[in-house]
Design a protein around this ligand. Structure first.
Ligand SMILES: *Cc1c(COP(=O)(O)O)cnc(C)c1O
Length: 401
């Protein structure tokens, strides 16, 4: 693979040299038969682990009947999943897409259209926060505002005003007659597992109400039970006007959704938005199966229990190896370790222990176990983290440049 031209794929990914053949629960097995504990979970996608029997069954049954229809016809599974999401959230309306970025595109369009049909077409600006990640389409890289993702792709899509994370003054200063909405992740995921304090979310809600602007939450990573509630914003008691969901909602089947109140979605009338694949019968069968499990009695309690276990274990490890891990943060099973050594070194050391994790901004690594992780598996992960920390500890005194 030294000659980039010798392989057929775009060179956009720096892939680890690992080839997995199958997965079962929290475990992945390589072609050569080695087992890895998967706390990357396809970047928070494999919510119920690999090969979950209920999901496999739902996919197989639907595969024998009907895969795809387009949205030219009624799709009963779509109405059902939509209704179940409405019944369990703030939302009155749902639009299904295939990814997080598409769910965000719908959220952004919904907010702009709301002000447009209210007679305020000049209100199309969306306020976002430094360190945010909302996807890789042209609009969502503009929303995320990260130079490394914008560079070389032409003019930045207009109408995104970015302010520093947690800077209320800067936020208030940027609100104007052009402002349509505030867009925020309740916990920045790729930005380095930075939670927005509950009090700040409540203040944002109030600010939006006072200014007549919409609150859009990006719960693509934090949603679907990952924090121990169905959606992370529930911890703060607030409700958004619009919310983007993806990743865990399909448990590994590409699926995204944009949820909104009836008021916020009132501009999204027949023909103004669309999708070919979004909400197709296969995706809906799997999405409904995921929700069966996540909404079952006791499921979110299990997530909260596992979250407590990992938090306590990691606190103890970071106390004993402060030269390797300086901070444990996040909520539920969206956990960040602030590394003292370069985070890539820590990810590699954990991989050497056969534990998979994901890097993030701010020199953080993310632990995103499938929510079905057992107490025993959690303890095994903690002992792998401990072993990696012990191995890195002496060398880490050199610190990062
Ligand atoms: C992953 C992610 C996205 C983008 O999702 P894709 O499915 O990759 O388009 C958007 N927002 C957040 C918070 C994410 O974590």
């Amino acid at each position: 693979m030294t000659d980039a031209n010798a392989q057929p794929l775009y060179d956009t990914f720096a892939r680890a040299d690992l080839r997995f053949e199958r997965g079962n629960g929290v475990w992945l097995t390589t072609e050569s038969g080695e087992n890895y504990l998967d706390f990357a979970a396809g970047i928070a996608v494999n919510l119920l682990g690999h090969s979950h029997p209920h999901l496999v069954e739902a996919l197989k049954v639907q595969a024998e009947k009907l895969w795809h229809l387009s949205n030219l016809y009624e799709i009963p599974g779509q109405t059902r999943l939509g209704q179940r999401l409405v019944d369990n959230t703030f939302a009155d309306k749902v639009f299904f897409a295939n990814s997080g970025a598409e769910a965000l595109e719908c959220a952004i369009k919904t907010a702009r259209r709301y002000h447009y049909v209210n007679g305020n077409p000049e209100r199309f600006h969306i306020i976002t926060f430094e360190g945010a990640f909302h996807g890789r389409t042209l609009a969502t890289i503009a929303a995320g505002g990260q130079a490394k993702y914008l560079e070389g792709f032409g003019p930045k899509v207009e109408g995104f005003d970015q302010v520093p994370f947690g800077d209320e003054k800067a936020l208030k200063a940027v609100i104007g007659p052009q402002t349509a909405a505030i867009l925020i992740e309740p916990i920045q995921g790729e930005g380095g597992v930075r939670p927005v304090p509950d009090a700040d979310l409540r203040a944002l809600r109030k600010l939006c109400d006072d200014e007549g602007i919409l609150l859009i939450l990006d719960e693509v990573q934090s949603g679907m039970g990952r924090t121990g509630k169905l959606f992370a914003h529930e911890w703060s008691g607030i409700k958004p006007d619009i919310m983007a969901v993806a990743k865990g909602i399909g448990g590994g089947f590409p699926l995204g959704a944009c949820l909104a109140t009836a008021e916020a979605a009132k501009g999204m009338t027949a023909g103004v938005h669309g999708t070919t694949y979004g909400g197709n019968p296969l995706a809906m069968a799997v999405g409904n199966a995921v929700l069966d499990i996540v909404l079952a009695d006791g499921f979110l309690d299990h997530v909260q229990q596992m979250a407590l276990l990992i938090k306590q274990g990691l606190a103890s490890i970071s106390d004993r190896y402060p030269d390797v891990i300086s901070e444990v943060r996040g909520r539920g099973l969206l956990v960040g370790l602030k590394a003292v050594v370069p985070n890539t070194t820590l990810v590699q050391a954990l991989r050497d222990e056969h534990l998979l994790t994901v890097g993030a901004g701010d020199n953080v690594i993310r632990l995103l176990p499938p929510l079905i992780v057992s107490e025993e598996e959690m303890r095994e992960a903690l002992s792998k983290i401990e072993a990696a920390a012990a191995r890195l500890a002496p060398a880490s005194r050199q610190k990062i440049a």
